[in-house]
Design a protein around this ligand. Sequence first.
Ligand SMILES: *[C@@H]1O[C@H](CO)[C@@H](O)[C@H](O)[C@H]1NC(C)=O
Ligand SMILES: *[C@@H]1O[C@H](CO)[C@@H](O)[C@H](O)[C@H]1NC(C)=O
Ligand SMILES: *[C@@H]1O[C@H](CO)[C@@H](O)[C@H](O)[C@H]1NC(C)=O
Length: 979
Amino acid sequence: MVDAEVDDISFLSASGESMKHGGNYEQMGISHTRQLVCSQRKATCVALAAAAVILAVAMISAFSRPTIEHCHIGNNSLHDATQAKPIVGLADGTSEPFPWRSTRLPRTIRPSQYDIHLQINLTEFHVNASVSIVMQVSEPTEYIILHSNNLTITSYYLKSHKTLRKIAITKLLFYKRWNLVAFRLQRALYANEELDLTIEYNMPLRDKLTGLYRSSYVDDDGKKRYIATTQFEPNSAREAFPCFDEPAFKAVFAIQIIRDKGLVSLSNKPAEPPHQFLKDEGFDWEVDVFRQTPKMSTYLVAIIVCDFKSKSDITGNNVQVAVYAPKAKIDQVDFALNITIKILDFYEDFFQIRYQLQKLDLIAIPDFKAGAMENWGMVTYRETAILYNENESSSAAQERVAIVVAHELAHQWFGNLVTMDWWSDLWLNEGFASFVEFLGTDHVKPEWNMMDQFVLTETQVAMVTDALASSRPLTVEVNDADEIDLLFDSISYQKGAAILNMLQGFLTLPILKKGLTRYLTLHEFGNAKTSDLWDALTQVSREQQQNLDVVTIMNSWTQQMGYPVVTISRQGNVLKARQQRFLLNQDTVTNFTRPQDESSYGYVWNIPITYYTESHPSDVQLIWMNRNTELNFADNFNLDGNPEWIKANVNQTGFYRVKYDQKNWDALIRLLKSNHHVLSPADRSGLLDDAFSLSFGFYVAPKVALDMSEYLSEERDYVPWQTALQHYYKLLVLCEEKPIYRPLKKYVLELLSPVVTYIGWQDTGSHLDKYLRSTVMRHACWLDHPDCKVKVLSMFRAWMVNGTKIAPNLRSVVYGNAIKYGGDEEWEFAYKQYQDTRTPSEKKELLQALTTTTDMWHITQILDYSLQPEKIRKQDMFFVLIGVANNRLARWHVWRFVQSSWDTIIDIYGASSYNTLLKITTQHFTTEFDYNELNRFLMSRNCTLRAARQALELVRHSVEWVDRNEELIEKWLRDKSRM
Ligand SMILES: *[C@@H]1O[C@H](CO)[C@@H](O)[C@H](O)[C@H]1NC(C)=O
Ligand SMILES: *[C@@H]1O[C@H](CO)[C@@H](O)[C@H](O)[C@H]1NC(C)=O
Ligand SMILES: *[C@@H]1O[C@H](CO)[C@@H](O)[C@H](O)[C@H]1NC(C)=O
């Protein structure tokens, strides 16, 4: 899945976007929104002596309860599925024990085939259905246990697959809490028996966002139209049919859909022509009989009934690709169709394995929780992730389409053909797709410099969350549905992608590709674990005489949370490197660490240290720091020519930070100021990110970052600017209620001034120039740059009065700020446009613009609307909250709104929304009072999730950081103005 772009919350007005997990899950916003300006990611941290801390943590956790004990996940999840013994816990509504006591299904029976028949009624919003499951018994048992969530089961029968003899079912038992249903049998089943279980059931077709649900849109004649569609990952196939709803229970699916004549039904495979007709009580229905799928996981099944139109084309290898959308939007599918054809061909070559299904459909769903979902052969998208209107959409909106398409297509191999064995390894699916999406997008749009952007949207984002003591390892034990839901976070996506990028760096792309092909071939139509991928790569590395032990190297990155900061110090020509865990706030680490967070790797990593020096800037060297905490580079560091500086972690390819000694910092800063082009944009961005993050983490004084960023007056590249502005945004928010806010704001405006003049208000230049303009102008306006108000109001009024449209890449800045500086008239006009536009990306810009108003009545209105689906779609609620939270005058309204609507929101969006909700509401908390408020609220909710600990940890950090650094920043500004 791709998230809905809500995860990475941008803080600048009218911009927020970005969330990866669809959760929604695929980031509600993969942060691919350059519109976004800042994310909390920059809150960084620090640790002193890692070894000492770890020891201390270990000891403290042994003797004292973690302070936030009540904030971790319930005990029911600690159960080891394989050990689970039947019994305990009463079946619903009975005094009888439920015969299974684990959230994971027993392994006694496996399904091999499902025949699913659904009659989907879009008038009555009702589904009548049956499922027949062929299954094999591997151990004697008297129960068949599977998943079913809120389905009304009306009848069921069991027979032997071979003899067709009936086996009596004596009782049906439910355990709703875990969505389990148990069929108790009259006799025990034998090992190797093969059975057919048929279940008839029905359900309403509700307007929710998971399972089989209904979505709607208004057509050109103003008529409301309905569609039925599915979103199953991770736990919702069981809301559509009773099944063994775990990824390792792969089976083939034969699906039939009965629908009204004139509609289209779609599923993973093509339907067999011709449609069959059914006459029943005088109604005209049609039946689509879909060909049987290959062996696959339940979460990848898709079922759709709609009245959409499509456009199609054929790939080099004869795969039929079609993109579906409502008739009024079908002219916006061309870009997605064009690139799908190219990327599919590219991936077949990349993986050296053909795409497995004859067709691939993509469809724009009007109500969609995540960003997109990779159902095999039938990929579903939120409208903004697939529709592109050349005349109306920004470059960022176009890139978003490319990246999400490339992400979901990568899953057709990595995820669909070979699936993680269990959700613990979700990162393998999502991290991989988040890495390969860059290669796929780069293939179709080389001029977009995707790999330069990688550090911004993946590495630097992941490093923010992963600097918390309350982060998590990539591979984690999970059991219950809420825990699984919460895995769709920036660790699975961005950190996963970042460490795969690091892996590619030391392995090289050809060896990585060979290893991938081997892994996919070996496990095709099956399931695999992280270690299976490392094994394949280790083998290939050995065969190629490279001999890297990928298993050992990568385990230190996937099995423990966090990442290192490498301190490099130099005495003459002797260099020393030391590694320690990087923490946002090492002083509070014990408060946010739980006993189970102890790492068997001791928070020490296998680090590929890359570097170059002043003497040989194009000669990149690699040295391994193999879980040693100290390394003396006297022997293998090449310091020929007595260079003034060394730059390590080339292009920020490694997932670690680098701290230099003061001499080297000074030399690098001089270099940036005299000739920054000696360093690549990614390196400049990496230096800024490290300097700011080290200072947020108390590892260096803010002076290092502030001194360094002075060179920006000469910087004209998007990537370093974006990094710097995110940090400055964070810094300004931290200081917002302090006396230094004004002078700091003035300073940042001065820093921006040359680039504002350089980039101007014309929507021209390269892809990244457009991004630069957008981010620079957004910040300049946010800081009330004097030109901004005049500019945006005149452009907006020209649109209101004369219908002169604003250039697509300027819209988010102009809309948002025109609402901020304007009055009722501007707001009403934007609201009308919001309701009328047919371009999804435009709709989103307008919605966010509406939240920037300074009129509190409008704020309360828009917050109210966000829970009224007829005004603002459920899927877009988070964009309203993000927008208002970024509005300095109104952000406290969000906190109040979220507290009062908490239950409603969690009901609609599920546990995965905890992450997003807490991030949105607490980003700006910087005082002790705020911390206590948050803590009080979480306690009153008996909060149980990681997201809560993370929010508290971040706020704690903000409070302390401002306390300890306010004076230092003030002094720096004073010294500077004296110069
Ligand atoms: C189960 O479905 C009914 C409608 O059939 C609905 O009212 C109820 O809210 C659903 N329960 C859950 C937990 O989804
Ligand atoms: C759905 O219900 C309507 C109204 O009762 C009926 O006319 C139509 O035939 C039904 N369609 C299907 C596919 O069941
Ligand atoms: C799609 O491809 C066609 C043919 O190559 C081209 O004419 C058209 O401009 C492309 N459309 C988009 C939106 O990229």
